[in-house]
Design a protein around this ligand. Sequence first.
Ligand SMILES: [Zn+2]
Length: 427
Amino acid sequence: MQSYDLVIRSAVNIDTGKICDVGIRDGKIAEISEKIDSRGKEEIRAEGKILSPSFANMHTHIPMALMRGIGADLPLMDWLQKVIWPIEKEFVSPEFVRAGAELALLEMIRSGTTLFLDMYFFEEEVGEAVKTAGIRGGLGFGILDFPTRVAREPMEYIKRAKEFAKSMKEEEMIFPVICPHAVYTCSPGTLTMAKELADDLDLYLHIHLSETREEVERVKEEYGNTPVLHLEKLGFLSPKVICAHMVWLSDEEIQIVKEKGVKSVHCPESNLKLASGIAPVPKYISKGMHVCLGTDGPASNDNLDMLEEVATTAKIHKGNSLDARAITAETAFRLATEKGFEAVGIKGGRILEGYVADLILINTDSPHLQPLYDPLSQVVYSAKSSDIDTVICNGKVIMEKGQIKSLDEERILAQSREWSEKIRSKL
Ligand SMILES: [Zn+2]
């Protein structure tokens, strides 16, 4: 008889709507059937709960959680230049990054995210927090042209990014990523150095691209090309490039992105809040582009809730195109799960044998989830992340019945309040 590390019993499978048992071994889904006879070392009874893959948040800056709620109702460039960069100049330190990352990790676990792609500074602090939290992180040290508290010039950023990447290379749950910030904050020389570093270490590149119309105009003026063409000319594009936003692509750019196998991360709520626009995602998908979802940083969203992002994705494109099938509940859901894992080469984001056991259980014992006819569409359109009851990552239970096992929630919330007092005094 097969033995399992963990068996989940009598859950409602989000894909089929049927009751199933799932056996997990060595971090992977080993069996899905109506009834598993053998016992697991650990067992979870899941009657009345929906079993779903966990979420992949493929673009964020989690330490910015400490700046959540500052600078509301500004467009991107004003928000960055007048609000965010001055605060970062004053406060960003290893301690700030650690405290912000811990707060964000609590929020991500509570809302069912087990994989995220992060770009910030002092990323080694994010790495330490992620190790304790027990989820997966693709982490990168942000690279810029201008001086900040962390580096003075591009070579120094590249050096920091390289040291960080080397220090994380052997981690099981963390993979380093190379993160030049954007084409309007990195010169062609900086972008080329970042690309060479990523190639040398065989790592993904993660960059903001074509986020606002203003960015497209600026890049055209400065380099005579739109952002995607600019990167293409530099030899930057490949299947290992993950671009956040891509709101303003031309048909020619869509074709290049598709041909080069570049991945696009749709961040609808950040794009709405910063008035950046609505990426034509139904068109991108129909043209064969790889699209996944992200929240962007918690200061521009203003949360890390992927379930909200899924619901927004499903609704915004219907309203925008007057087509109720423009993005279905299932498509939006797959962008936030399977497509995210796939973007970084992890076989996950599905309830299928052989896939990584990154799973959540959603409690349906609440008025807004009854009656339950269609689990997938009701998770997208009715569920709230507070309905998420259990979170499993790599076969390990990191939250059970609403209790996070890996992090001290009380300490982290108290620490966040202390930071907010310091930051408030400088606003
Ligand atoms: Zn961003």
